[in-house]
Design a protein around this ligand. Structure first.
Ligand code: NAP
Length: 507
């Protein structure tokens, strides 16, 4: 369905809204039960449409379709160059539909149009990267004895259950679908219930590009039924999940019963560490976008700012002054920098943590409230002002928990040892950003910080070509780059005796 800039027709009663379909075995279908989920625009609170509320029966059909597609070899045994060309075609179609997909993402996820365009661009890049990697999935020849030829084969894992969150609906799907397809796997993709719309489009784009029927199925529906059924299905070989640490723990425990392969991209409470020798101006500018982009609803949000005590006051003053100019509002307005949060629940969560922060001895530096917006159509939207809380206690919940909102906890450290101790002092370990001009210190910290990524003097926190993932309770395995592709392949060793067979038992 084409989505225009004015949005889909919406009646006050919620009738006449589009009925979206999921994709099973190459066909756009409703849930077997006929039930639907309401899908809203979080900036306006208006109903965007209805999505199928899939259940175990739909998962069964989708998994059987993916299993049959895998076992038939229609995808896994297609030549690597042909598979690569098909994935490149997906990238081309996504690129050609950039504006439409960005608009759909903005309207369904509440993020600004600029952010949504960025997500679509990264989605294109992800598909191109893995399309290019497809013919480079190589094995090794292993020198053993002279009378043996021993080599490895990289084979696709099989049927993958791909479960994605609502904060980057299309991009998180791309991070899983692209390497899974590149490796020759087939998949059942489950979008988050808040944000299925762009994921349905991705399923249709795969078919349009020539991905055979059944290779990529999309089943929408609650995590408690569709997600559970996927995780527990005996014909699913692997689960790749992005979401909350708590959900990841549960999935890992369930998958253990069948020794399913599992990759998990979970939460974070990432530190932004500012040393006194840093370019403070840059540290402030990037510090602002590093927390408030996507309303702080990002696993990579730098939600703790740790500033060396000697420059703390200067940093905080500048951070506060510049943050006061941030424009919160209609995500479709090109002037807006911070759009809507996904739900009222997320707004309340931010609010609760701000209350908790003050109860824990913190001081609100700015924000800490819902903004007053001048557009009547945003009255029922989910908005929260960019907020900073000075938290002297690094063991407080505001410093330790992932809030997943536009709330940053700010504190001080006195020296490098303390900076390392505080940075490593949470249960997470996704990434860290460090601001310093001391080269030797940078290399020391790169080793001492316990995180899947450590970035120096930059706003960048991932590259499609490089691995992304967490230490500690931030996850298991890696996405992106060659490491990400490896997660969808398994290694087989082959040994060929070039001489006479032995007779170990002398029989
Ligand atoms: P979530 O509640 O864990 O949900 C994620 C996905 O899992 C959704 O599709 C959800 O379905 C599904 N799900 C829920 N319960 C399930 C179950 N029992 N079995 C199987 N699937 C289940 O997370 P979220 O609130 O959508 O996303 C926010 C979290 O994602 C944050 O913690 C954030 O840090 C993390 N995240 C991590 C990364 C990373 O790369 N490390 C990237 C982005 C986000 P429903 O929508 O139907 O509930």
């Amino acid at each position: 369905m084409a989505i225009d800039a004015t949005g889909v027709q919406n009646s006050a009663t919620g009738r006449d809204v589009p009925l979206y379909k999921m994709i099973i075995d190459g066909r756009e279908v409703d849930a077997a039960s006929g039930e639907t989920l309401d899908v809203y625009n979080p900036a306006t609170g208006k109903l965007l449409g209805r999505a199928p509320k899939g259940g175990a029966v739909d998962v069964e059909a989708a998994v059987r379709s993916s299993r049959a597609a895998f076992d038939s070899g229609s995808w896994s045994r297609m030549s690597a160059m042909q598979r690569s060309a098909t994935i490149y075609k997906m990238a081309d179609i996504i690129e050609a539909r950039r504006e439409e997909l960005a608009l759909l993402e903005t309207r369904n996820a509440g993020k600004t149009l600029a952010d949504a365009r960025g997500d679509v661009d990264y989605t294109v890049e992800t598909f191109r990267y893995f399309a290019g990697a497809t013919p480079r999935i190589l094995g090794d020849t292993i020198p053993v004895r002279p009378d043996f030829l021993t080599y490895t084969l990289q084979e696709p894992v099989g049927v993958c259950g791909l479960i994605v969150p609502w904060n980057y609906p299309l991009l998180m799907a791309a991070w899983k679908v692209a390497p899974a397809l590149a490796a020759g796997c087939t998949a059942v993709l489950k979008p988050a219930s808040y944000t299925p719309l762009s994921v349905f489009e991705l399923g249709k784009i795969a078919l349009e590009a020539g991905v055979p029927e059944g290779v990529l199925n999309v089943v929408s529906g609650p995590g408690s039924t569709v997600g559970e059924a996927l995780v527990n299905h005996p014909l699913v070989d692997k689960i790749a999940f992005t979401g909350e640490t708590y959900t990841g723990q549960h999935i890992l425990a369930s998958a253990a019963r069948q020794i399913k392969k599992v990759t998990l991209e979970l939460g974070g409470k990432n530190a932004n560490i500012v040393f006194e020798d840093a370019d403070l101006d840059a540290a402030v500018r990037v510090g602002i976008s590093a927390i408030y982009a996507n309303n702080g609803q990002a696993c990579g949000a730098r939600a703790r700012i740790l500033v060396q005590a000697s420059v703390y006051d200067r940093f905080v003053e500048d951070f506060t002054r510049r943050s006061s100019g941030l424009r919160v509002g209609d995500p479709l307005d090109p002037e807006t920098q911070i759009g809507a949060m996904i739900s009222q629940g997320q707004v309340e969560r931010a609010e609760e943590y701000v209350g908790l922060g003050t109860a824990e001895g913190g001081r609100v530096l700015f924000g800490g409230r819902r903004p007053v917006l001048d557009k009547a159509e945003l009255a029922a939207g989910h908005f929260y002002s960019p907020t900073a809380i000075e938290m002297p206690d690094h063991s407080s919940k505001v410093m330790q928990d992932e809030i997943f909102g536009p709330v940053v906890a700010v504190g001080t450290f006195k020296d490098e040892d303390e900076a390392v101790r505080l940075t490593n002092g949470t249960r997470y370990g996704l990434l860290a950003t460090v601001w310093t001009n001391d080269l030797r210190r940078a290399h020391r910290l790169a080793r001492r910080i316990k995180a899947g990524g450590v970035w120096f003097n930059t706003e960048v926190n991932f590259f499609t070509e490089a691995p992304f993932g967490g230490y500690g309770q931030s996850g298991l395995g890696r996405e992106l780059g060659p490491h990400g592709l490896d997660q969808y392949a398994q290694t087989k060793v082959v040994g060929i005796n070039l001489g006479e067979a032995g007779n170990p038992f002398n029989v």
